[in-house]
Unconditional design. Sequence first.
Length: 345
Amino acid sequence: MKTANAHLMKEINKRLVRKNLLKKKSATKKRLTSLTNLSAMTVASIVEELVKSGEVYQGEMIPSNGGRPAVEYCYNGDFSHAAIIYGYQKNNSNHILLKVFNLFGKCVYKKKKYLSEVTIEHFDDLLKEAFNSIDNIAMIGFGLPGEEEEGTITINDYPALIGKNFMQYFQTQYQVPVIFENDANAAAFGYYKSRQKLKNNADTIVGLYFPRLYVPGMGLIIKGEIYRGQQNFAGEFGHLPLDINWEDLNYQNKEKLYAVFVKLLSVICCLLAPEKIVLYGDFFSSQDSSKLKKLTEQTLNNDFIVNIEVSTNFAVDYENGLKKIILDNLFNHLFGELNYNLINF
């Protein structure tokens, strides 16, 4: 029992030193002793262990006030990486983008493809190049329009990806954990995180994504967390009995488009009453938010104040949300309780 407790205490202390080094990026042993309230001997032992593993490296000598110079120890952001690959639609074209991030969230590799059809082989080609170019990729994260349950792709705009083979293939091929996240969920989460520090930031957000080529999707944030629902089915509003053919919708006809959107927005407001609704689409203009707000509130007899924002920045929010989700998972995989919030100032 004493041995187990000693091992646990050692791991707790190591996490504490790692946490502070990650946050500061570099520090002397004396500084780490002050930050962690651990003994100088404990800090020295842990730092040497982290140096030996390659997680930390020695930096420059730091002059002191009349004393001996101290060694600065730097956290190695390239100790591990996550490969994030995601697809989205813009101007009626499929964009597939792969980026590799280090532990500081810095992009160290990227590649983009434009595809008419999306298959497992296309992703495999991109990942092979990334794994050959970057060492220590310890996790793969996919952001795609669809849903995954227990490793099986159950719904997806790219039919070739549906089924059990998708997740299993990449886990077997690259021998690292594979994470899947819905595109609308990631975008809504990215929007929330980018505004988290703002005063009066909304905690309940609905993100609606209209890609033109496919059925639209919805991401739902409740109290700052993605709500996925049973079988990850939350947000699949294409199944709502609203008598709307989403795939044949004419996005150039604003009058008909408004009528469809007001119907959908009214349902969302009645069921969820979100603080903010973000509409993503490359066809929106700055005037659309005020017009849709007015029409939706009229439909609801002005019993609910609708807060709508239109955005053409889907790809930005999508990537930021996906990056946060995957890096959190990578930190948890490598270190346990640590997460990317630590270094995301």
